[in-house]
Design a protein around this ligand. Structure first.
Ligand code: 13P
Ligand code: SF4
Length: 329
């Protein structure tokens, strides 16, 4: 079957918007009406007029759309779970709060921030405690706002993002479970989660490219380890990385530390993947053209598949956390 042709036909016939994150395979990405980084996708989906959203990405992205725009029917060709989001659940979140309380911080003096790469149930816990969501593109602003509360920040689940922004803002941070992490002596207390894809980038990769191509620029995602971001010329979200690379003179070499599909799609000349191995996100890569076709066809057949549902209680509190983020421009 010619899936591309069928997908285009179904798109024309149905009131559906196809959404894809930059890490999707090229053939899936090319079918999308909306693309962007996590924050842009959430905002654009909220503003979109169509009732049906078919989201090619990872589970937390589809969940976020359902929470902020519950009137929409959100389907995912694959409900693939981001490896980092899988590292924390409600119990782990409660244990992190308890960890801080056991070390002398009152619950009401803790302000939790969850990276958008987390399950909706964790977002609900955060919302219930007065906390908010952040993404890689707005973490600086969100932390800045959180600091105004004079509370201790519990940052989940990405220890790298938490540490990277703490460093760039001149704040003290520690990681629960790594050495002595005393909440009284630190501003940001990080949960010990990470992205298995961005963990692949090493300081030795930066050294390799700098030696091979003197003058090369290094641009990385803030999910990379602080030992890597410290050596980079630019650190930013997926959209910010694209803008940065496009702003460079075409003769300027650049090595980019983020997922392979995105880097491969960037300008072809003088752009390198900052790794000796292929840093693909296995969960993002699960979605195929066939999955996308089947999902659209299920709408046409009045038998939608892989629909995202969020119960009312979870939605109410997760929405608080997401809305607090979206309100910060
Ligand atoms: P962005 O918000 O930068 O698109 O990042 C999403 C993500 O999962 C990166 O691994
Ligand atoms: Fe999750 Fe990492 Fe994949 Fe992003 S690249 S979706 S953080 S596993």
């Amino acid at each position: 079957m010619d899936y591309k042709k069928e997908i285009k036909r179904l798109k024309k016939e149905l009131s559906v918007t196809i959404v894809a994150h930059y890490y999707q395979k090229d053939e899936v990405f090319e079918m999308a009406d909306i693309t962007g980084d996590s924050l842009e996708l959430a905002r654009k989906c909220q503003e979109d007029e169509n009732r049906w959203i078919v989201f090619c990405g990872v589970g937390f992205m589809g969940q976020s759309v359902k929470v902020i725009a519950p009137e929409k029917r959100v389907l995912m060709p694959r409900i693939a779970c981001c490896a980092m989001a899988r590292m924390i659940d409600e119990d782990c979140f409660d244990e992190s709060v308890a960890y801080m309380m056991q070390r002398g911080i009152q619950k009401e003096d803790i302000l939790p921030i969850t990276y958008i790469n987390s399950d909706v149930s964790v977002k609900a816990k955060v919302g219930e405690m007065g906390g908010l969501v952040c993404t890689s593109s707005n973490a600086y602003k969100i932390i800045e706002r959180a600091l105004e509360s004079n509370k201790k920040i519990l940052f989940v689940p990405d220890r790298c993002l938490g540490q990277n922004f703490a460093i760039s803002m001149g704040l003290r941070s520690c990681i629960i479970g790594e050495g002595e992490c005393n909440p009284k002596e630190n501003d940001i207390i990080c949960y010990n989660g990470f992205c298995s894809v961005h963990q692949l980038f090493m300081p030795s990769d930066v050294a390799f490219f700098r030696q091979k191509y003197p003058g090369i620029k290094i641009a990385v995602h803030p999910e990379c380890d602080p030992s890597v971001t410290a050596l980079a010329d630019f650190v930013g979200s997926t959209s910010q990385l694209i803008t940065y690379v496009n702003s460079l003179d075409i003769n300027q070499k650049v090595a980019v530390g983020t997922e392979y599909n995105l880097v491969h799609r960037m300008r072809k000349k003088n752009t390198y993947v900052l790794s000796s191995t292929k840093p693909e996100c296995p969960t993002m890569n699960e979605t195929t053209l066939e999955d996308l076709y089947k999902t659209l066809k299920s709408i046409e057949d009045n038998a939608p598949i892989n629909e995202i549902e969020v119960d009312a209680h979870t939605r109410e509190y997760a929405k608080l956390a997401l809305d607090r983020m979206l309100a910060i421009k």
